[in-house]
Design a protein around this ligand. Sequence first.
Ligand SMILES: [Zn+2]
Length: 1202
Amino acid sequence: MANKEDAEPVTGRPRSLRVNSLFSEDELIEDYYDAPPANGGSGWSDHVPSPRPPAPASSGSSPGTLGDRMDGTAAAPLSPTIKAGWLDKNPPQGSYIYQKRWVKLDADHLRYFDTEKDAYSKRFIPVSSISRIASVGDQKFEVVTNNRNFVFRAESDADRNEWIRTLQQIAEERKSKALERTSTSLTTNGAADPADKSGFLELRGFKHKLFVAVAGDKVFLYKNAEDYRLGIGITYIEMNVGNVKEVDRRGFDLTTPYRIFSFSADSDQEKEEWVEAMQQSIAEALSNSEVAERIWAVESNRFCADCGSPKPDWASINLCVVICKRCAGEHRGLGPGITKVRSLKMDRKVWTEELIELFHQIGNAVANQFWAANVPPSEAITPASGSQERRRFLIAKYREGKYRRYHPLFGNQEELDRALCAAVTTSDLAETQALLFCGAAVTCATGDPQCPTPLALAEKSGQRLQMEFLLHNKTSETPRLEVGGSEEKPYSVPLPSVTHNGFLYKTPSMAKPVGERKGQEEFSRRWCTLQDGVLSYYENDRNAVPNGEIKVEEIVCLVNNPPHAHGIESTFEVYIESERLYLFGLESPDSAREWLKSIAKSFVHPRAEELLALDFERIGRLHYKGGLNLERAKEGWFALAGSTLHVCFEDSERQEPLQLRKLQELSIQGDNEVLVLVERRRTLYIQGERKLDFLGWVHAIQKAAGGSGHTLAEQQLTESDVPLLVDRCIDYITQCGLTSEGIYRKSGQNSKTTSLLEMLRRDARSVRLKEGEHQVDDVANTLKRFFRDLGDGLFTGRWGQDWLRATALEDEEAKIGEYRRLLGTLPTVNRATLKALINHLFRVQRFSGENQMNTHNLAIVFGPTLFQTDGKDYKAGRVVEDLISHYVKIFNVNDQEMKKQQDEIMAIMKMREAASSGTQQAGDFICTVYLEEKKTEAEQHVKIPATMTAEELTFEILDRRKIVTKEKDYWSCFEVNEREEAERPLHYSEKVLPILHCLGTESYLVVKKQMSMENMLIYLASRVGDCKHGMMKFREERNLLGLGLSTGFHDRYFILNHTCLRLYKEVRSLKQRPPPLENSHKPEKEWPVRNLKVYLGIKKKLRPPTCWGFTVFYENEKHEKQQWYLCCDTQADLREWFATFLHVQNGGALWPSETSKVRASRSPQDSRLGNISLIPLRGNESEMRNSVAAFATDPLTLLRNV
Ligand SMILES: [Zn+2]
């Protein structure tokens, strides 16, 4: 996955320049007993010029001066300087000349430099190793450490005394701090922090190897191992500005803005380890440990809750445990329904005050009292446990709840729920934890209409932490010990044992995407074996001990790179669970394919083995959500081949192909967290559990879903295989340009055509052509340009000449026959496109009276365009003319299709006429209305007079289809907004015509039964008062300068009365008083009810927390439009809110008291009709059935609270 943006930022410097930055060993090492420097050259000469001229020594010597800051560079030093200034350093052994040094003191180190501009010191002395500072006469002072003394000379006694005073103070502070935490401190003897990695490395320019230690966010350089032990080093590199790049087999560069350090390790295995350690160090430097420090303030949080490793910097935010990195990797494998893993250092956004406090209150101590109450010592894990062992333990601990302390009410659902409702009003978080994870339902009904959920109860009681805990566990699954079936435990199925071996080229593993092309020299040849579920690589085929290995069960994704993506012909990438990737290569594509197949076979679950037969470029497992149940993420197996994404869903037997070029929508939600794919019949959410492989999937899917080239088949397509680009243009011309004079002959503006075509080619899915924004002629020209430039042409290079030859046939019938035969030889997409285009031109010529473009004129324009000729070959025009003239015959168009088109055009023309004349009386609108469902068979074209009401329209449709209505059949007309995935039942007295005027292109009218009307009427009749209040989840969508801005769903308190809808943020203060609450507090927002349009349903893309939501549209006096999304916890609640809206908006009349128009029943009822439910608008049959079932099994809950 090559991604240019990931290219490393500072490594672009040519290697030849590096020579200038070389420094010799002699320059670097300087001490009073070391060999004297060979020359006076500046050791760590920086090649980044400082914009600040050297300050005079005196000005730099006052405490707190930051005169040495590298203002011209990217990052500031991590610890601030306390005192800095020029001092003379005691001459090294064998020399009598004092050396002028820039000396700097911060809280941790005393360092000295050649000049004040240098970033890297010649020597550093940890403050913690200083035992004494003494005055030694002649303006000199001595810094005494355990083993060595350093003597400095100041310019004056005053200056000297100032240095001594400051140094003593800092050293004292350090000592007292060290005493405070003797129990945990490992570093009191002056040695550096325990290193993540340490050892000898060659550094270019030095004769002897240096001892290097990577510790935390710094890399320390020492002259030798003894110095490392003593803690006195040469310099350290702050890794917040570092960047590591491999150079060759053993060499790698650590680049900073100030200097390039060219290291060389003993072996490439060693090099891999160093590179990895330094990359980790950079990650740590860039992270923020403030949260971690606060979480660790509680003793039990300082060790992994699962294995006991110290300083765990990951957490599960729903389980409230702090865990180590290795356990975090295994937690992720359990899925977010069990545990939601976040980093203490990197995921800064999630760590709210409440969450941190929750980790103080629950944290590892309280969580383990519950989760780990009964762990047999034989099953416990330690910091040294392997990943398989960890996974087994964590599945048992959290997914199965095997070791938990059972709540006494376990198994009694009602009691558990009741106890939960009680617990959340107290501060007893341990009780809530025990109840929740022993089966209490987090969204159970409380029986309190004011606070219908435990969350609302907690809020009412002011229990912030309970709320926080409930929120993070809203979608958590209850542990189940007796999980049966292989689907629940993907790893209990033994994977097929695949054996394969041979030489592969390999680069060191990486923690980020392969940012750039890897040259051949970056690969090392390795003997690799795939055996017993382990992929191992060896130095050579005679070695018995592998250099490293990958367990196949940890593989999450396998990527087959395009040929020559790197310096080796065939390469592939292996991604593993713990966010690392391995790049392998082979010179022979055939052998590479064999490896790919073998590795894929070894890790892909047997139920997804169908995918193995595909010529995939990417295969792996991902979590997804789909269908009606969005609560639980499931694991699916995905394979991308060409522009098709093949998916083996968790619950289906066979793989299903998703045609990515035919997607209606493709977008990323959140911070690269969820990829949303909208197909005509369903929506799929793919979740980013792990960043590394997920981002790869996102890029690959986006690429595959876009137009990839200049031929027809490479474009984004509609459902009927017509390029989306063509469809968009034709649709626009049909809507706005049929009567435009000289359409397709007049040329538009060249620059606009070019940019529009480019936009459409890139991603037609996201382009919406709008009248006013786009000129008809520009769009027409774009369509022509597309065909003219089309790779292989519409008629294809192979058959083009045959089409032209056919024009010579004199017998008309024979000619038509030949065209039909040729049509049959075209590829599907070409055939569909040709038909769509000729159909369009056929329509255009019908308006030749106005647009002056008859068939002949259109043929003159389109002939050369479609055949891509210079226009001199008259036969090209002839073909097009024939195709238009014999459109019906050649394309086999039946009467019904023809009639439908006529009607559509009539309707469009009438609409435009009326719109331009500004009078509705100009003619009756013809409008397409559907019965029950939007499908061709259910279409009715109805004349809509200005006076027609929704009720009349409904009866008109029912009459036409001879449908008998029964009592309590609440047939209504709905306005469906497909784009918003929402619908609104029109009030029976509402006039239809004005609605048609504002109907967007993605909206339509449908007549169907209003399934919830009866319940709404019962509710309204039985309630007290005419206002409603309560909690709902609220999401706002502001539209600022065309940019959608939204904030997710939040709980808000609403009051709906006879005039307005009010929203309150501060519920607690509000709830101190019982209702009615009107006018007692200032609402956060307030809208007049009559101006609101309320639609049932919320588009799935917004991920509404429940399926019982509605969308509210509001237009103010300035015609600014806004919309809001509201979500209820139950269906009954939704119905009550909606009924109240209808009631308020229509003065109480929801349904005519007696049918205002008596209809004679003329024919027997069509029993197939009348059962389509409201939601979902999209969805397959089983989704439909489910939601019908949800409606049908309404246990009249709404009557319960009346
Ligand atoms: Zn651990």
